[in-house]
Design a protein around this ligand. Structure first.
Ligand SMILES: NC(=O)c1ccc[n+]([C@@H]2O[C@H](COP(=O)([O-])OP(=O)(O)OC[C@H]3O[C@@H](n4cnc5c(N)ncnc54)[C@H](OP(=O)(O)O)[C@@H]3O)[C@@H](O)[C@H]2O)c1
Length: 321
């Protein structure tokens, strides 16, 4: 079958380790099944894998991709939950110390077929296309958990989303807006700030700008480049929820501000299978649809990854198999 594979780790030239071509058919072990992939979507995770972040060379070659929607062997339309927990684990899969994401230990979704644990399949609502559904399991699920589980917010609260153009950031704007939050966004690019407003953000600011007032919570995925601003933006008692650090993971912590203003710094990773089910229902109920920047055939995955690395995207890149 055709697949998009991380064949080598080249930290400073990630696309040099990418291979497109034939790979063996997946062989599902007991309790697993094979999904025929109709659509998959890119995440920054795929770039990290090619850079060797979160994976060691002995796992390669490995098929990239966390997210997919497709057909199970009975022809049912399904969405794949990307968090693979230990078979003995029960409860919140995101805190299983043995968990992995698809494409970390097991081949991922950028292929015509992918093997996944049967319990990781969630029915796809008919109202969502395969392309839309394929955007949800990583970026949108992460945004859902950040906003609705980890932030402790109530509707009407003001939320700042850093780095408006990213897959998680556009998801945060759409979900926050649909849930009745006042959503503010930052971006380095004027064009992306305009698009954030069109998407439903109440106001959009250049990255690092002083805000008109302090916010209840900040949603962080950018890291070093925006961290100091995130801390300055919070009301006393406010919360930063952080799920990524695209620009680097080691900003100055500014501990005095954290304790003096009694700020909460809350980590968040992916979401549970149940949360993915609720996210799908949230989309059905509210009419929310993921924002897709572009749709490419699987054999053009390199172009999508290059656009992501250049920070050119506004929304998700979908690959169709
Ligand atoms: N923990 C989890 O479960 C989880 C799940 C999903 C994603 N993540 C992480 O979250 C991060 C975002 O993921 P994504 O897929 O949304 O990535 P993405 O689409 O590549 O988004 C990154 C965004 O960050 C902003 N940015 C990047 N470098 C910047 C810089 N130097 N200064 C200011 N802003 C910068 C850009 O926004 P502007 O151009 O608009 O300024 C860009 O659109 C990644 O690090 C990813 O690994 C984690």
């Amino acid at each position: 079958m055709f697949a998009v594979t991380a064949a080598r780790i080249v930290a400073d030239d990630p696309l040099a380790g990418l291979e497109l071509g034939e790979r063996p058919e997946p062989v599902p072990p007991d309790g697993w099944t094979t999904v025929t992939v109709k659509a998959a979507s890119l995440n920054h995770h795929d770039v990290w894998t090619l850079r060797g972040v979160g994976i060691s060379a002995d796992r390669l070659p490995i098929v990239l991709g966390c997210d997919a929607a497709g057909l199970d062997p009975e022809g049912n339309e399904v969405v794949v939950h990307a968090v693979i927990s230990d078979p003995a684990w029960t409860g919140d899969e995101t805190i299983d110390p043995r968990r992995s994401l698809l494409s970390e230990r097991y081949d991922g979704t950028f292929a015509q077929r992918v093997a996944v644990p049967r319990r990781n399949l969630v029915p796809k609502p008919a109202a969502l296309s395969f392309a839309e559904a394929a955007c949800l399991p990583t970026a949108y699920l992460t945004a859902y958990r950040m906003l609705f589980d980890r932030a402790g917010l109530q509707p009407g609260a003001t939320v700042l989303v850093q780095g408006a153009g990213g897959g998680v950031a556009t998801a945060l704007i759409l979900l926050g807006r649909a849930a009745g939050y006042r959503v503010w966004a930052t971006s380095r690019s004027e064009a992306k700030r305009d698009r954030a407003l069109a998407l439903g953000a109440d106001q959009a600011f250049p990255s690092g700008t002083r805000l008109p007032e302090r916010v209840d919570a900040v949603m962080e995925t950018v890291g070093e480049a925006t961290w100091a601003h995130s801390l300055r933006a919070l009301k006393p008692g406010g919360t930063i929820v952080i799920s990524g650090a695209t620009s680097g993971p080691m900003p100055p912590a500014d501990l005095s501000r954290v304790f003096f203003l009694q700020l909460s710094v809350v980590g968040s990773t992916m979401g549970t299978r149940d949360q993915l089910g609720r996210l799908l229902r949230f989309c059905e109920q509210t009419g929310l649809r993921p924002l897709i920047d572009r749709t490419l055939p699987l054999d053009q995955a390199r172009d999508g990854l290059a656009a992501m690395m250049a920070g050119e995207l506004f929304g998700k890149v979908v690959l169709t198999a």
